[in-house]
Structure formats: C-alpha cells, structure tokens
Ligand binder design. Structure first.
Ligand code: UDP
Ligand code: MG
Length: 330
C-alpha cells in the first residue's frame, strides 16, 4: 500500500494548498463536541479562505466506542456539513489506537497533511496555522510543545517530568512536553502505517520515524467540559507501554541486580565457612531469613518484568487487528 499517497507530497511548494485533516479521537465527549466541532470547523474554513488548506479539508472524528451520545452528535454534524467526517470504532480501544485509526482513515480520505488534537481542545487550535506553515516550509512532522504545565496538578507535572527523563535515559526519543497534538504529512503517515505492532505508543514511534521535524510552542488550557478520560490507571498503563514497547533495558537492569545478589551470596558463604572454621558458631537464623526473602523478592521481580516482555511477544504474535471500524461517514 501507500504509493498512491506519495504523489500528493510533491504538491508542496506548488500553488495548490494541501488537503488538511484534523483528527480528533473522542471517548464519551458529548459535553464538549458541540463546541469543539464549531471551533475546529472554523479553523478549517479560515485556513481554506487564507489559501493554506484546500476546500476538501476535513475534521475527522473517531468515536472510540463511546457509551454516550458522541456518535449521534458526529452523525448529526456530518449530515449538516460536509467538512465533518467520522469513523466509529466497534469497541473502546484507548486513545492511542483511536488516534492511529483516525490517522489511517485520514490517509484513506486522501489528505496531504493531518493534525491530531484532543476533543476537549486543551491544545491551542490557533497554532494549527503555524503548524501548516512549518509543513509548507518542508517539515514532515510538527510537534506541538507546551510552554508550561500550569494547568496540571503538581503530581502530574512531577510525574510527567521524571517520566520523560526516564524514557530518555532508556534510549527512547521523546519530544519533551509534547503529547499527541502534532502535524504529520501523508509521507510520515505512510511510514507510520508500516509499523505492525499491536501495542502503540505513538509518542515514541513518531519521533523514531525520522523525517524533517519542527516544533511550535503553545499554552495548554483547561478541559472545555467533562472529565479527563485519562484516569491514573490509564496513565500508568500508557507509561508502562511506553517503556516496554521500546526498551529492554529494565530486563537487563534486573539481570544485573540478580548477578550482584549472587556475588553477595557467595561472599556470605565464604564468611559463613570462615566463621565455622574458626569455631565461632553462627546463630544463622537472621541471615537465613534475610537471604530467603531477598532472593525470593529478586526472583519475583525478575519474573514479573520478564513476564511483561513475554506477554508482549505473545500479543504481538497474534497479529490481531488493532481496531475495527464499525461505521464510516464520508
Ligand atoms: N480518548 C479516547 N479513548 C480513550 C480515552 C480518551 O479516544 O479511551 C480521547 C479523549 O476523548 C480525548 C483524548 O483522548 O479527546 C485525550 O483524553 P483526555 O482529554 O481525557 O486526557 P487528558 O487531557 O486529561 O490527559
Ligand atoms: Mg484533555
């Protein structure tokens, strides 16, 4: 697949503006959709009238298996205005997969350039124009980078910071303070489509694609309405995903700790033999209990982390589809 999309890339620098597709994953977003759809449609129409986007440009909603009126709203929007397109996933697959589904649909719609953004419009839609300018200047991927984290709780700020640092140390390229608000050209999307893994961590995969990249900074706002669809457990899940999808270093670290503990055990053995030979009876109970628990804990940690990777390999070998589209509005 793919080659037919590549033709449009050469259009850059030519007179026709690119077809833009704003991709919006939505999970139970009935509270924000009426407002955010208006805002996004306005972004598209003003880019079209500025000659920066072609009149075929779209706003594409991905309903990630919502349980509320999200899909009805999307269907209504599509009926009222052709700028709105939508796909409905048959099941809640999570933000990353929903976004991926949307990006692949954007390719199918024939777009030249995609911009992904959350439905709650916490990200500043005004910088989309600057993203498109950078695309016109030659960038294939443009990251939206937050210039501060004032709207986050201290906990989220701290945890995000140490997480980014950890990812870097583990050897994964991540763009600091950037989430999934980014522009990707069809060329970058075609490259992304070749990634076969079922576990998607786009914030790690996209930087690993390569290509000419650029950034725009913006201030992130509060959610328009409704609650975060990213409770702590989903956030931790994404964090673990990010690490285990890209790095086998944790496994090696555990192996190193295991080896060190073995050396420690040998040293203990030598000490025990020496004290036995010198006639000092060792009570033994304390050291015995400590070593049993220590080694037991180490083995379990090692097994747990190994299991994480084995489980991952197991899931990947199944090569299940990452999402199933139930309905499409063109
Ligand atoms: N989202 C999704 N599927 C999910 C959870 C979230 O498509 O299972 C979407 C959600 O509708 C929103 C985006 O992902 O458009 C980011 O979610 P949210 O704004 O709740 O996260 P936060 O900004 O609090 O990190
Ligand atoms: Mg949000």
């Amino acid at each position: 697949m793919g080659h037919r999309y590549l033709n449009s890339v050469g259009a850059r620098g030519e007179t026709t503006p690119p077809m833009l597709c704003i991709v919006v994953p939505c999970y139970n977003e009935e509270e924000v959709l009426p407002q955010s759809s208006r805002v996004l449609a306005h972004v598209v129409t003003s880019l079209v009238s500025a000659g920066k986007a072609s009149p075929e440009s779209r706003v594409l909603f991905v309903d990630d298996g919502s349980h509320d009126a999200t899909w009805d709203i999307i269907r209504g929007l599509n009926g009222d205005d052709h700028v709105f397109a939508g796909i409905k996933l048959a099941h809640n697959e999570g933000h990353q997969r929903a976004l991926y589904a949307g990006l692949m649909e954007a390719l199918d719609l024939g777009c030249d350039v995609s911009v992904s953004i959350d439905a709650d419009l916490q990200d500043d839609v005004d910088v989309i124009e600057r993203m498109v300018d950078k695309y016109q200047a030659g960038a294939e991927i443009v990251y939206g980078v937050r210039d501060n984290r004032d709207t986050d709780t201290a906990f989220k700020r701290k945890s995000a910071e140490s997480y980014y640092r950890l990812m870097r140390r583990l050897g994964t390229e991540v763009v600091y303070n950037s989430a999934d608000f980014r522009l990707m050209s069809s060329r970058a999307l075609v490259a992304l489509s070749q990634y076969g893994e079922a576990n998607l961590f786009l914030r790690g995969i996209v930087p690993s694609l390569g290509f000419k990249t650029d950034t725009v900074t913006y201030a992130r706002k509060e959610r328009l309405a409704g609650e975060s669809k990213y409770p702590l457990n989903k956030m931790v899940g994404l964090a673990v995903e990010g690490i285990t999808s890209f790095s086998t270093k944790p496994m090696r670290a555990v192996t190193a700790v295991g080896l060190a503990s073995m050396l420690f055990a040998i040293a203990m053995l030598v000490y025990a033999i020496a004290s036995w030979a010198s006639g000092h009876a060792v009570a033994g109970w304390g050291s015995l209990m400590v070593s049993i628990w220590l080694v037991g804990g180490l083995v379990m940690t090692a097994l747990g982390i190994t299991g994480e990777y084995v489980g991952k390999a197991y899931l990947e070998t199944k090569r299940r589809p990452r999402y199933i589209v139930e309905e499409e509005l063109d």
